[in-house]
Design a protein around this ligand. Structure first.
Ligand code: GLA
Length: 374
């Protein structure tokens, strides 16, 4: 599906529905460089929008229904905009449109015909669902001429994921998809909702690699982690783990203590990593990534033996840092290497990790000052 682009999706729309689309939109997937399982604790995250993402060609229709063709699934589904969740891929589309009405008070004047094509692997911790929901919202915004900010769109997409799809996620993925840009790391304070784009270095690359093991975000383990963090905060008498200190966390016991320790140390690592990136200290950044991995593996228990082994293999080759990214429980890792060493790293893993594959490479733009935000 890597040859998918706006043109291919528009052509498929015309072939499938018998008329040209009004337009097409794109929303990217993301890789998180550092700061995992912090967003639902009011903490800090540092993701990067990827070049891969979801394309949607769209037209208005005269019914109150959504007709959607998935190029990836080679399937078409049709449902009322107000229909309840069915447990299939169209839920992400319908959920986003319902949340748009609920969150912004906008009444959609008609239904939509959509042709969807995605280059983001699903169940891989690179935000295929946020990309689909943000792309759906962008299509609705364009199709109906709505005036809604990218930040609000991110919140609408999160609302859909939380209340319609049923994953109690934070706001990182949707914010990265809606306001992030390839070549820039998005520093996002999930408490104040402040975002800043920091240019990635051109001297190094962040290589996203799939372990070959997909995960199930709805499987309950993610929601269980969130509940454990909320329990820790309640036991400490703080509104969220954002304000907890390590000394306080030491008074907790068992899993509650380990989960809270990850969140508190991870927030501190994100702040240090941002400073390291802006200071050009990539060795420092890499070391923080690796520390983050072991915190996620040992304290938060969201890694797997295979993912740990893949991280170790990257570190024993040319990577200056490596870590599991996103929700975890399988999925992708991200490794930091010097520019020019990306392909050699991927090649060197083939024998020991036959199921692993290269998903994306993120690096700085040649002249980021020319690339204004927007
Ligand atoms: C998933 C969620 C995010 C975030 C990450 C872990 O991607 O959607 O909100 O919690 O896991 O950092």
């Amino acid at each position: 599906m890597n040859r998918l682009n706006a043109d291919a999706v528009s052509k498929a729309h015309a072939a499938n529905f018998g008329f040209e689309p009004i337009g097409s939109v794109f929303a990217p997937g993301r890789v998180n460089l550092i700061g995992d399982h912090t967003d639902y604790n009011d903490g800090y995250v540092f993701p990067v929008a990827l070049e891969i993402g979801t394309f949607i060609a769209y037209s208005r229709n005269t019914s109150g229904r959504v007709r959607a063709r998935s190029m990836n699934m080679e399937a078409q589904l049709e449902r009322d905009v107000m229909a309840p969740a069915f447990g299939d891929w169209l839920d992400y589309v319908i959920g986003a449109l319902q949340a748009l009405s609920l969150n912004t008070g906008v009444t959609l004047p008609s239904g939509l015909d959509l042709t969807i094509g995605s280059t983001v692997p699903t169940g891989a911790s690179v935000s295929s669902s946020a990309a689909l929901q943000v792309a759906t919202l962008r299509a609705a915004v364009e199709a109906f001429g709505l005036d809604i900010s990218p930040e609000t769109l991110a919140q609408v997409a999160q609302n859909s994921e939380n209340n319609y799809v049923g994953v109690n996620c934070g706001l990182m993925d949707q914010m990265a998809s809606s306001t992030g840009k390839p070549g820039w790391a998005l520093f996002f304070d999930t408490m104040t909702l402040e975002t800043t784009l920091e240019p990635l270095p051109t001297t190094h690359s962040f290589v996203t690699l799939h372990s070959g093991l997909s995960r199930q975000l709805t499987s309950g383990a993610y929601n269980e982690r969130r509940t454990q963090c909320e329990t820790a905060a309640a036991q400490l008498g703080v509104p969220s783990l954002r304000t907890a200190t390590l000394d306080q966390v030491d008074a907790l016991t068992g899993k509650t203590r380990a989960r809270a320790r990850h969140v508190v140390t991870e927030n501190a690592r994100v702040l240090k990593a941002r400073n390291a990136l802006t200071a050009g200290d990539l060795d420092g950044f890499g070391a923080l990534m690796t520390e983050s991995h072991w915190s996620l593996s040992r304290d938060f228990e969201t890694s797997t033996r295979e993912v740990d082994a893949l991280v170790e293999s990257c570190l024993s080759r040319s990577a200056q840092g490596a870590r599991i990214t996103g929700a975890g429980f399988g999925g992708c890792i991200v490794a930091l290497v010097k520019a020019g060493e990306e392909a050699a790293l991927v090649d060197s893993l083939r024998l020991a990790h036959p199921t692993a594959w290269h998903v994306a490479t993120s690096t700085g733009l040649p002249d980021p000052t020319k690339d204004q935000r927007g």
